[in-house]
Design a protein around this ligand. Structure first.
Ligand code: MG
Ligand code: MG
Length: 249
Protein backbone atom coordinates (compact mmCIF):
# COMPACT_ATOMS: atom_id res chain seq x y z
CA UNK A 1 0.00 0.00 0.00
CA UNK A 2 1.36 3.40 -0.94
CA UNK A 3 1.01 6.11 1.70
CA UNK A 4 0.62 9.69 0.45
CA UNK A 5 2.18 12.31 2.73
CA UNK A 6 0.92 15.77 3.62
CA UNK A 7 3.19 18.83 3.54
CA UNK A 8 3.60 18.72 7.32
CA UNK A 9 4.53 15.02 7.21
CA UNK A 10 7.09 15.78 4.51
CA UNK A 11 8.46 18.51 6.81
CA UNK A 12 9.04 15.82 9.50
CA UNK A 13 10.78 13.63 6.95
CA UNK A 14 12.97 16.57 5.94
CA UNK A 15 14.27 16.77 9.52
CA UNK A 16 15.01 13.03 9.68
CA UNK A 17 16.80 13.24 6.35
CA UNK A 18 18.90 16.23 7.40
CA UNK A 19 20.18 14.16 10.33
CA UNK A 20 21.05 11.37 7.88
CA UNK A 21 22.77 13.81 5.54
CA UNK A 22 24.84 15.26 8.40
CA UNK A 23 25.78 11.76 9.58
CA UNK A 24 27.04 10.90 6.10
CA UNK A 25 29.10 14.11 6.01
CA UNK A 26 30.62 13.19 9.38
CA UNK A 27 31.50 9.74 8.01
CA UNK A 28 33.10 11.27 4.93
CA UNK A 29 35.25 13.53 7.14
CA UNK A 30 36.46 10.55 9.17
CA UNK A 31 37.19 8.28 6.21
CA UNK A 32 40.93 7.55 6.10
CA UNK A 33 43.32 4.61 5.90
CA UNK A 34 43.63 2.88 9.29
CA UNK A 35 40.17 3.58 10.68
CA UNK A 36 37.99 0.56 11.50
CA UNK A 37 34.49 0.33 10.12
CA UNK A 38 33.28 -0.20 13.69
CA UNK A 39 34.75 3.16 14.74
CA UNK A 40 32.82 4.80 11.88
CA UNK A 41 29.67 3.03 13.03
CA UNK A 42 30.22 4.33 16.58
CA UNK A 43 30.59 7.91 15.32
CA UNK A 44 27.38 7.65 13.31
CA UNK A 45 25.47 6.02 16.17
CA UNK A 46 26.46 8.69 18.69
CA UNK A 47 25.73 11.55 16.29
CA UNK A 48 22.24 10.23 15.46
CA UNK A 49 21.41 9.84 19.17
CA UNK A 50 22.72 13.36 19.88
CA UNK A 51 20.09 14.67 17.43
CA UNK A 52 17.28 12.98 19.39
CA UNK A 53 16.87 10.45 16.59
CA UNK A 54 17.31 6.67 16.43
CA UNK A 55 19.36 4.70 13.87
CA UNK A 56 16.82 2.94 11.62
CA UNK A 57 19.14 0.05 10.80
CA UNK A 58 20.09 -1.03 14.33
CA UNK A 59 18.28 -4.35 15.04
CA UNK A 60 16.33 -4.03 11.76
CA UNK A 61 15.60 -7.71 11.03
CA UNK A 62 18.45 -8.38 13.46
CA UNK A 63 21.07 -6.13 11.79
CA UNK A 64 23.81 -5.66 14.44
CA UNK A 65 24.93 -2.08 13.71
CA UNK A 66 23.67 1.46 13.13
CA UNK A 67 24.97 1.92 9.57
CA UNK A 68 25.95 -0.36 6.69
CA UNK A 69 29.57 -0.04 5.59
CA UNK A 70 30.35 -1.79 2.30
CA UNK A 71 33.91 -1.83 0.95
CA UNK A 72 35.04 -2.32 -2.69
CA UNK A 73 33.18 -5.38 -4.09
CA UNK A 74 30.60 -5.26 -1.29
CA UNK A 75 27.47 -3.80 -2.87
CA UNK A 76 25.39 -3.11 0.26
CA UNK A 77 24.64 -4.28 3.83
CA UNK A 78 28.28 -4.64 4.94
CA UNK A 79 28.50 -5.12 8.72
CA UNK A 80 30.89 -2.78 10.59
CA UNK A 81 33.66 -4.60 12.45
CA UNK A 82 36.61 -3.75 14.72
CA UNK A 83 38.67 -6.08 12.53
CA UNK A 84 37.79 -4.37 9.28
CA UNK A 85 40.34 -1.58 8.75
CA UNK A 86 40.07 0.77 5.75
CA UNK A 87 43.08 0.84 3.43
CA UNK A 88 44.37 3.41 0.95
CA UNK A 89 42.82 2.95 -2.49
CA UNK A 90 39.57 1.35 -1.35
CA UNK A 91 36.11 2.74 -1.96
CA UNK A 92 33.58 2.60 0.86
CA UNK A 93 29.79 2.97 0.76
CA UNK A 94 27.93 4.24 3.80
CA UNK A 95 24.20 3.60 4.03
CA UNK A 96 22.45 5.39 6.88
CA UNK A 97 18.90 5.66 8.15
CA UNK A 98 17.44 7.63 11.07
CA UNK A 99 14.00 7.93 12.64
CA UNK A 100 12.98 11.32 14.02
CA UNK A 101 9.59 11.70 15.69
CA UNK A 102 8.39 8.57 13.95
CA UNK A 103 9.54 9.47 10.44
CA UNK A 104 12.42 7.86 8.55
CA UNK A 105 15.25 9.28 6.49
CA UNK A 106 17.49 7.09 4.31
CA UNK A 107 20.53 7.97 2.19
CA UNK A 108 23.87 6.53 1.05
CA UNK A 109 27.20 7.81 -0.26
CA UNK A 110 30.31 6.14 -1.67
CA UNK A 111 33.64 7.78 -0.84
CA UNK A 112 37.34 7.25 -1.53
CA UNK A 113 39.80 6.02 1.10
CA UNK A 114 42.87 8.16 0.40
CA UNK A 115 43.99 8.08 -3.23
CA UNK A 116 41.95 5.83 -5.49
CA UNK A 117 42.21 4.75 -9.13
CA UNK A 118 40.65 6.84 -11.88
CA UNK A 119 38.33 3.98 -12.78
CA UNK A 120 37.01 3.77 -9.21
CA UNK A 121 36.47 7.53 -9.07
CA UNK A 122 34.55 7.34 -12.34
CA UNK A 123 32.34 4.57 -10.94
CA UNK A 124 31.54 6.73 -7.89
CA UNK A 125 30.79 9.78 -10.06
CA UNK A 126 28.61 7.93 -12.55
CA UNK A 127 26.62 6.26 -9.75
CA UNK A 128 25.87 9.69 -8.28
CA UNK A 129 24.96 11.00 -11.74
CA UNK A 130 22.61 8.00 -12.16
CA UNK A 131 20.58 9.25 -9.19
CA UNK A 132 20.25 12.72 -10.72
CA UNK A 133 19.39 11.28 -14.16
CA UNK A 134 16.57 9.46 -12.37
CA UNK A 135 15.36 12.56 -10.53
CA UNK A 136 15.48 14.68 -13.69
CA UNK A 137 13.28 12.12 -15.46
CA UNK A 138 10.39 12.64 -13.00
CA UNK A 139 7.43 14.77 -14.00
CA UNK A 140 4.94 14.52 -11.09
CA UNK A 141 1.76 12.72 -12.11
CA UNK A 142 3.20 11.59 -15.42
CA UNK A 143 6.43 9.66 -15.04
CA UNK A 144 6.13 5.94 -14.32
CA UNK A 145 8.47 3.77 -12.26
CA UNK A 146 9.64 2.11 -15.48
CA UNK A 147 10.62 5.51 -16.92
CA UNK A 148 12.64 6.32 -13.79
CA UNK A 149 14.35 2.93 -13.81
CA UNK A 150 15.09 3.20 -17.50
CA UNK A 151 16.68 6.64 -17.06
CA UNK A 152 19.08 5.23 -14.45
CA UNK A 153 19.77 1.95 -16.25
CA UNK A 154 20.45 3.43 -19.68
CA UNK A 155 22.87 5.98 -18.25
CA UNK A 156 24.82 3.39 -16.21
CA UNK A 157 24.94 0.92 -19.07
CA UNK A 158 26.28 3.58 -21.46
CA UNK A 159 29.50 3.30 -19.40
CA UNK A 160 29.46 -0.51 -19.57
CA UNK A 161 28.48 -0.82 -15.91
CA UNK A 162 26.16 -3.42 -14.39
CA UNK A 163 22.92 -2.32 -12.70
CA UNK A 164 22.10 -4.53 -9.72
CA UNK A 165 18.74 -6.29 -10.19
CA UNK A 166 18.42 -8.07 -6.83
CA UNK A 167 18.10 -4.87 -4.77
CA UNK A 168 15.92 -1.83 -5.40
CA UNK A 169 14.85 1.51 -3.94
CA UNK A 170 11.59 1.87 -2.02
CA UNK A 171 8.86 4.03 -0.64
CA UNK A 172 9.65 5.48 2.80
CA UNK A 173 7.79 7.28 5.57
CA UNK A 174 6.67 5.93 8.94
CA UNK A 175 8.37 2.72 7.82
CA UNK A 176 11.86 2.59 6.36
CA UNK A 177 10.66 0.29 3.59
CA UNK A 178 7.23 1.00 2.15
CA UNK A 179 5.61 0.38 -1.22
CA UNK A 180 6.35 0.85 -4.02
CA UNK A 181 9.57 -0.88 -4.99
CA UNK A 182 11.72 1.56 -6.98
CA UNK A 183 14.00 -0.39 -9.37
CA UNK A 184 17.09 1.14 -10.97
CA UNK A 185 16.11 -0.55 -14.23
CA UNK A 186 12.92 -0.71 -16.23
CA UNK A 187 10.93 -0.24 -19.39
CA UNK A 188 9.61 3.17 -20.41
CA UNK A 189 5.84 3.47 -20.04
CA UNK A 190 5.63 0.60 -17.53
CA UNK A 191 4.78 0.63 -13.84
CA UNK A 192 2.78 2.99 -11.67
CA UNK A 193 2.86 6.76 -11.98
CA UNK A 194 4.85 8.84 -9.49
CA UNK A 195 2.41 11.33 -8.02
CA UNK A 196 2.24 14.18 -5.55
CA UNK A 197 2.71 13.21 -1.90
CA UNK A 198 4.80 10.11 -2.58
CA UNK A 199 8.14 9.85 -0.78
CA UNK A 200 10.67 7.41 -2.19
CA UNK A 201 14.30 6.43 -1.72
CA UNK A 202 16.07 6.32 -5.09
CA UNK A 203 19.29 4.35 -4.72
CA UNK A 204 21.34 3.24 -7.71
CA UNK A 205 23.70 0.33 -6.93
CA UNK A 206 26.12 0.24 -9.84
CA UNK A 207 28.81 -2.39 -10.47
CA UNK A 208 31.99 -1.89 -12.47
CA UNK A 209 31.49 -5.35 -14.00
CA UNK A 210 28.62 -7.81 -13.92
CA UNK A 211 25.25 -6.83 -12.46
CA UNK A 212 25.10 -10.22 -10.73
CA UNK A 213 25.66 -10.50 -6.99
CA UNK A 214 26.36 -13.09 -4.27
CA UNK A 215 24.73 -13.13 -0.84
CA UNK A 216 27.24 -13.90 1.90
CA UNK A 217 26.84 -16.42 4.70
CA UNK A 218 26.69 -13.69 7.36
CA UNK A 219 23.11 -13.25 6.16
CA UNK A 220 23.65 -9.61 5.18
CA UNK A 221 26.61 -8.69 3.00
CA UNK A 222 25.99 -8.62 -0.75
CA UNK A 223 29.06 -8.77 -3.04
CA UNK A 224 29.49 -8.50 -6.79
CA UNK A 225 29.78 -11.95 -8.37
CA UNK A 226 32.99 -11.00 -10.18
CA UNK A 227 34.33 -9.21 -7.06
CA UNK A 228 34.86 -5.99 -9.01
CA UNK A 229 33.99 -2.75 -7.18
CA UNK A 230 30.46 -1.46 -6.67
CA UNK A 231 29.13 1.99 -5.72
CA UNK A 232 25.91 3.12 -4.05
CA UNK A 233 24.27 6.55 -3.94
CA UNK A 234 20.89 7.23 -2.36
CA UNK A 235 18.61 10.06 -1.32
CA UNK A 236 15.06 10.24 -0.04
CA UNK A 237 12.94 12.41 -2.33
CA UNK A 238 9.46 13.87 -2.05
CA UNK A 239 7.22 14.36 -5.08
CA UNK A 240 5.42 17.65 -4.52
CA UNK A 241 3.26 20.09 -6.46
CA UNK A 242 6.44 22.18 -6.94
CA UNK A 243 8.39 19.26 -8.41
CA UNK A 244 10.93 16.98 -6.75
CA UNK A 245 12.49 17.86 -3.41
CA UNK A 246 15.59 15.91 -2.38
CA UNK A 247 15.16 15.67 1.39
CA UNK A 248 18.62 14.33 2.23
CA UNK A 249 20.72 16.95 0.43
MG1 MG B 1 19.78 3.35 2.51
MG1 MG C 1 17.10 2.69 1.05
Amino acid sequence: MITIKTDSQIACMRRANQIVKNTLELLREHTRPGVSTWELNRLAHEYILSQNATPSFLHYNGFPASICVSVDCEVVHGIPSKHKILREGQIVSYDCGAVYEGWHGDAARTVAVGLISEECQKLIDVTEQCFFKGVESIVPGETRLGDLGHAIQSYAESFGYGVVRDLVGHGIGRQMHEDPEVPNFGKPGHGMRLSEGMTIAIEPMINMGTERVDWMEDGWTVKTKDRKPSAHYENTVAITSNGIEILSL
